[in-house]
Design a protein around this ligand. Structure first.
Ligand code: AMP
Length: 618
């Protein structure tokens, strides 16, 4: 009992320094005083879970190691602090090599290691990455370094010049291994590692564990100590995942509305292609938003400039491609917006991991169309978390939110008493005829009117017909799209002077289904394909039962992919089309040259009763 009390009631005679040594959890993990002092200055009071669990293992220096953890969980210190304990800084030869996928991450890691070791003598860290002067990097290497942090391409270049000796390397860290493999660095990694000693220890960190990462862990490691933070492949628990279902044509408007509804947003918006990234950024800038793009077509200098503005928060929305955004380490990102879902499901984890870093919370939003529900379900499986379906706010909601954001801002604004003082009498004189209430109303209206004007007639952007959540038993195609639609064939096409709009009108007119339930329309020469909601297929067949067009029977058939509708291909008299196998359809045209003269623009199908009449003419 006495012993117990003594341990937890420190001796009053103890110096604060001794107390710090006993109580600091990093000291207890085995990190030396000088380093703990430096990280305390960085605000590290307690180890993150990955640090708590990996530091004791890595400090032994005797294990290969696989750590499955998301970005932003404190991985750099998890391997960086043990490295700083294990290396011999009296020796100026490379003893540790950290490989990572991007220049940004490379700089970040090198910088972090320098910060952690600022109180330790003779620590030399070099960042080796492409897009910067190689001679500077070679000079630093020649001067003597113990830790090399590198992207694979430039590292290989330097190895190829015989400019570095890795024969003393004891530890290799593969950071964001999944990303490196995604980016096609497998061969480069093989080549680099072949220049390091067999007996080195390899520590691999990855946010996800696809088969390729599993394979390289087998290849490079011997009986590694495995640490999984949370469930495998699981996303950060502090991230809320939301999706909004909109029609494709409303996507940009919906996106803007989400942004307007979150006045304090500091977000990264992911697009699928460079072009989309550029277009969205340009449109946003034109519409008065504080946004800019980050993609591979920009020069390194341009990218650095954008990133600098974003880091400094003088940019509110960063519109980026997956590749360009890799390794972005910016704290306090409030929202990740998936303007387009990633092609690779695994990329979703990387995208959403840009928010909720260092224990903060964040929201990952996906704007989808109804057909992409399957992909959402697949992502849910990967991240082990359900998405919440959210509704695009109404114009009224946005105005209200903006109004109160403004009121809040006015209330909390820092007043520079000294500067403003001289103007106060004139300002007071201007407002003399107004009551306090009037003045408040006018200030609030300044900003509010702009939103009110924009949103006064704002339509509902939620896609009502597409937004049913996926249910068990739903079918999904290869790309994760739910097969809510059935693809149909119609024997009319561009030679009949139909474009997509004409055909949509013609279909709706004859079947009385709503244009909103018609999906993709693909107008070919003498035939076309169109999609309708599964529930409307019968109406389409029924609607076109006795219709002819310029003397030609209008024929509807199921197109190739329409699964689950085989009932039609039998007795009902409807054949199932397989997309490719059409006969040359010229012979089926019974209307000769008359297709141009039909005057069908009112889209009224002529019923078969007339057909006998017309047949007589042919
Ligand atoms: P990382 O996953 O290494 O990129 O770290 C993500 C962020 O968390 C960085 O900004 C780190 O500075 C911060 N961080 C890492 N470890 C800690 C800690 N123990 N306490 C507070 N912040 C931390």
């Amino acid at each position: 009992m006495t012993f117990f009390i003594h341990t937890f009631a420190p001796d009053l005679a103890m110096s604060p320094n001794t107390l710090f040594k006993i109580m600091n959890p990093f000291i207890q993990l085995g990190i030396r005083h000088d380093i703990v002092n430096a990280i305390t200055e960085l605000g590290f009071e307690n180890p993150t879970p990955i640090q708590e669990q990996s530091i004791p293992v890595l400090l032994t220096g005797s294990n290969d190691f696989v750590g499955l953890a998301q970005t932003g969980t404190g991985k750099t210190a998890a391997f960086g602090l043990p490295l700083l304990e294990l290396l011999d800084f009296d020796n100026n030869q490379p003893q540790a090599l950290v490989l990572c996928p991007t220049r940004e991450l490379c700089l970040q890691i090198a910088n972090d290691l320098k910060n952690y070791s600022k109180n330790v003598n003779n620590v030399h860290v070099v960042a080796v990455y492409g897009g910067a002067s190689i001679s500077d990097q070679l000079r630093q290497i020649r001067r003597g370094v113990q830790i090399v942090v590198a992207t694979p391409g430039r590292m290989l270049d330097i190895i190829g010049r015989n400019a570095i000796d890795f024969s003393n390397v004891k530890y290799v860290v593969l950071d964001e291994a999944d990303e490196m493999l995604n980016m096609g660095f497998q061969e480069d990694i093989d080549n680099i590692l072949s220049t390091t000693p067999e007996e080195k220890k390899t520590w691999l960190f990855s946010a996800t564990m696809p088969a390729e990462v599993r394979r390289i862990s087998k290849k490079y490691m011997e009986d590694p100590y495995e640490l999984t933070m949370g469930t495998k492949n699981t996303g950060n628990a502090n991230i809320d995942h939301e999706y909004y279902v909109v029609r494709a044509r409303d996507k940009y408007a919906a996106f803007k509305r989400i942004v307007d509804f979150n006045p304090e947003i500091f977000g990264i918006v992911f697009c699928r292609t460079k072009i989309e990234t550029q277009e969205i950024a340009e449109a946003l800038i034109k519409d008065g938003y504080n946004a800019d793009s980050l993609h591979g077509d920009l020069s390194q200098q341009q990218r650095d400039k954008v990133m600098k503005r974003y880091r400094e928060r003088s940019l509110q929305l960063l519109i980026a491609t997956d590749v360009a955004a890799r390794g972005i380490d910016v704290n306090d990102v409030t929202h990740v917006i998936n303007y387009s879902l990633p092609d690779e499901i695994e990329n979703y984890t990387h995208r959403s991991g840009r928010t909720a870093r260092a224990g903060k919370t964040g929201v990952s939003i996906s704007i989808i169309n109804g057909k992409e529900m399957g992909k959402i379900r697949q992502i849910e499986k990967v991240i082990g978390k359900r998405f919440v379906k959210a509704e695009i706010p109404t114009g009224f909601d946005v105005c209200e939110k903006q109004l109160f954001a403004l009121v809040h801002k006015v209330h909390n604004v820092e007043v520079n008493e000294q500067q403003i003082e001289q103007y106060i009498p004139r300002i007071m004189a201007e407002f003399e005829d107004l009551s306090k209430e009037e003045i408040i109303k006018r200030f609030a209206s300044l900003e509010f009117n702009r939103f009110l004007d924009y949103y006064k007639n704002a339509p509902d952007l939620n896609a009502s017909f597409e937004d049913r959540p996926a249910r068990d038993g739903d079918k999904f195609n290869r790309t994760g799209m739910r097969s809510d639609f059935t693809r149909l064939f119609i024997n009319l096409g561009s030679v009949d002077e139909f474009n997509r709009g004409d055909l949509l009108g013609y279909i709706c007119n004859n079947t009385k289904i709503s244009g909103r339930t018609v999906g993709k329309i693909d107008v070919k020469g003498v035939y076309s394909f169109f999609e309708v909601n599964n529930g409307d297929v019968d109406k389409v067949f029924e609607g076109f039962k006795n219709v002819d067009f310029n003397g030609r029977d209008v024929r509807i058939e199921l197109a190739g992919e329409s699964s689950g509708n085989d009932r039609r291909s039998g007795g009902g008299g409807y054949k199932k089309r397989d997309g490719g196998g059409f006969r040359e359809r010229g012979s089926e045209r019974r209307d000769g040259g008359s297709r141009n003269g039909g005057g069908f623009r009112d889209f009224s199908g002529k019923r078969r009763e007339d057909r006998t009449e017309r047949r007589k003419r042919y």
